[in-house]
Design a protein around this ligand. Structure first.
Ligand code: G3H
Length: 274
């Protein structure tokens, strides 16, 4: 069933788990993620990001994901991931997304607060949750275009208190789109943030985190863990393997079957770790 960000986090917290949130790009990976969650009887969040929406309009992609979430036997959230365009956020809310992330982390503190508050107000009318970011998580494939910055506990506390967001993404050492699990996390900083803030914490760029550190994050109070690259790799590598193994292959429906199996396996493994 389609469920809210707040309720999904509450369920996983009561179970002593972290919530896995996966970037998905179409039917195949969304189906695989939901199948993984259903097999483990655990809630999950499907997220759409900017590249996904550059490929497919939000009302079409979101519309499909929301219907898939409604038909699932476990709670499934449908979340707009790091959006900085208010029109896209409004379109996602109108489509029925259960939560949105406003990413104004590159703006000065007060502007980040006022933009985030605006989105919190907007989302309330739709009964949707809001996630925002303080500090900034960088990109491994675009290190110069996005300014990365660790979150400071005091600013996180003030930001959470003044905006009233449902979940707060913090920067403690992850970098988006890492293809190896070699991120060096600042657990001391994370513990100080967790002590200062009551709002559920989110870690972005989690494909670069080792399984041992993913477990540790949950123990340090992280409630939502965003994973993207790891599933994209599972899908793409299996697709490449098939094409290289049989040059006569051309039918995507045939090829997608084992890609979906690989994505499901990876999603299941990450949900289990969390
Ligand atoms: O919000 C999305 C995630 O942060 C994805 O990051 O692709 O590095 O796992 P990742």
């Amino acid at each position: 069933m389609l469920d809210t960000l707040r309720h999904i986090i509450q369920i996983t917290e009561e179970q002593g788990h972290g919530t896995a949130a996966f970037n998905v790009f179409g039917y195949e990976d969304a189906r695989a993620v939901i199948d993984a969650a259903e097999a483990l009887d655990r809630p999950v969040i499907l997220m759409t990001n900017k590249p996904a929406l550059a490929h497919m309009p939000v009302h079409l992609l979101g519309g499909m994901l929301i219907q898939m979430a409604r038909e699932a036997s476990v709670p499934v959230g449908v979340h707009l991931d790091h959006a900085d365009d208010l029109e896209v956020i409004e379109a996602a809310l109108q489509t029925g997304y259960s939560s949105v992330m406003i990413d104004a982390s590159q703006l000065p503190f007060e502007e980040n607060i006022s933009r985030t508050k605006y989105v919190v107000e907007m989302a309330r009318d739709f009964g949707a949750g809001v996630e925002a970011e303080i500090g900034a998580v960088g990109y491994s494939d675009a290190p110069d275009t996005y300014q990365a910055r660790y979150t400071q506990p005091e600013e996180a506390q003030e930001f959470a208190g003044r905006t009233g967001v449902d979940a707060l993404a913090v920067a403690v050492g992850t970098v988006h789109r890492m293809q190896t699990q070699t991120a060096r996390l600042q657990f001391g900083l994370l513990e100080r943030i967790h002590k200062a803030v009551n709002t559920p914490l989110v870690i972005r760029g989690s494909s670069g985190i080792s399984d041992a550190d993913l477990k540790k994050l949950v123990l340090c109070g992280v409630r939502k863990v965003n994973l993207g690259t790891t599933l994209r790799m599972a899908f793409g590598q299996e697709l490449r393997r098939q094409i290289e193994a049989d040059e006569k292959l051309f039918d995507r429906i045939v090829m997608f079957q084992s890609c979906m199996t690989q994505v499901e396996k990876k999603a299941r493994q990450k949900i289990e770790v969390l």
